[in-house]
Design a protein around this ligand. Structure first.
Ligand code: ADP
Ligand code: MG
Length: 355
């Protein structure tokens, strides 16, 4: 019997379209001899929609695919998903291909736990901790890893005493980074060079998240590692170096998705010993947060070879040209094999939250 795999995509976060592109990639590449894919979209308004096929995506504002903004025709139930006519759409496992809030942050994972439905990737706690960098950073530090020094600027403190917050942020020194605690795709992230730029940057970042971080800018190379769980053990891929080209000063939204100016060097040009240190750090970060299934772990490597962890993504971009699949392709797994491995791990894992 083929396993029925619900691929959930879209969602309420700013990464809606990237999630739809990831879903198109998975639908095309999933091994149809073993799996029967079922496409489920979450509209920007949060409606759950059973899509008959990928042709039902519509073009979003940016011209990228998007889940149509129609009324929900699906609900959750003990037998999996229920259609409008209360007919059960039986599924064996869910691949929640959602990025950012209401998807990568433990919310959908909680819903699936409630209904005892196995799913790909990390559980509730690891997903939500990884999503909020202010919670993840002290855990990495506790496990002996280097993180960028910084402070959190809550919107309510900002509103009540801006000059005090500006003074605290300035004390970090310049340049520094202002960024939302729980965003993605570099949205709302700013490099700030002097105190005159702090106010605009924090106001802009607060549009994405009431919790904003100010961090010392780390000067170094950006290195990423893809971690995949195989038979219960996390394995690290080869490494990628993200090479951002001028005029971009860092890996911002345009550099990530729009102007094609970023190069990925895979494998990264690093000594064997540095490569091994970073791969071990990626596995250590995965284990520190209690991740499952997969994660992409992003680091800075400074001139004096200090490895500073920046963040861990529990559902990284998953289009065939995204870093995670490209890293595994360069290691030993095709995109299609990767999908099979993720689903296999999800089905092997205990369904119980109290593992
Ligand atoms: N402390 C920092 N020092 C140097 N660069 C940073 C720092 N924080 C963020 N950046 C730059 O901004 C980019 C996006 O920040 P990141 O924290 O990874 O947010 P996102 O979750 O949106 O990817 C990073 O890839 C890096 O180029
Ligand atoms: Mg990042």
């Amino acid at each position: 019997m083929k396993k029925r795999v619900a691929i959930i995509c879209g969602g309420r976060s700013s990464e809606h379209e990237i999630s739809c592109i990831s879903a198109l990639g998975v639908i095309a590449a999933i091994d149809k001899r073993e799996f029967e894919p079922i496409l489920i979209g979450i509209s920007r308004a949060g409606a759950l929609i059973h899509l008959q096929g990928s042709s039902e995506f519509v073009d979003g504002e940016s011209g990228l695919p998007s889940v149509p903004d129609i009324a929900s025709n699906l609900s959750f139930g003990n037998d999996g998903f229920l259609s409008d006519s209360k007919k059960s759409i039986g599924i064996d496992v869910v691949f929640p291909l959602l990025h950012g809030a209401y998807g990568e942050d433990g919310t959908i994972q909680g819903l699936l736990e409630m209904f005892d439905i196995p799913y790909v990737g990390s559980g509730v706690l690891a997903s939500s901790v990884a999503m909020d960098k202010t919670f993840a950073k002290p855990i990495y530090a506790d496990f002996g890893m280097d993180v960028a020094d910084g402070i959190t600027v809550h919107e309510k403190d900002w509103r009540s005493n801006k000059s005090l917050e500006v003074a605290k942020v300035s004390a970090l020194g310049f340049p520094l980074f202002i960024k939302p605690a729980r965003s993605g795709s570099s949205r709302g992230t700013y490099k700030v060079k002097d105190s005159s730029q702090i106010e605009t940057a924090i106001d802009s970042a607060h549009k994405f998240d009431p919790k904003v971080m100010a961090e010392v800018a780390i000067t170094g190379r950006e290195i990423e590692c893809a971690v995949l769980e195989i038979d219960g053990r996390p394995q690290a891929s080869v490494l990628a170096e993200i090479k951002v080209n001028p005029p971009h000063e860092f890996y911002d939204f345009e550099a990530k998705y729009l102007d094609g100016s970023t190069n990925f060097e895979i494998p990264a040009d690093l000594s064997t010993s540095l490569t091994e240190r970073i791969r071990s750090a990626a596995i250590a970060a995965f284990s520190a947060l209690g991740c499952e299934g997969l994660a992409r772990v992003d680091f800075f490597l400074t001139e004096d070879e200090k490895i500073v962890i920046n963040e861990l993504n529990t559902m990284p971009g998953f289009t065939p040209r995204s870093v995670f699949p490209m890293l595994w392709q360069a290691t030993d797994k095709s995109y299609s094999e990767l999908i099979t491995q993720l689903i296999t791990s999800a089905l092997q894992r205990s369904k119980n939250v109290i593992r």
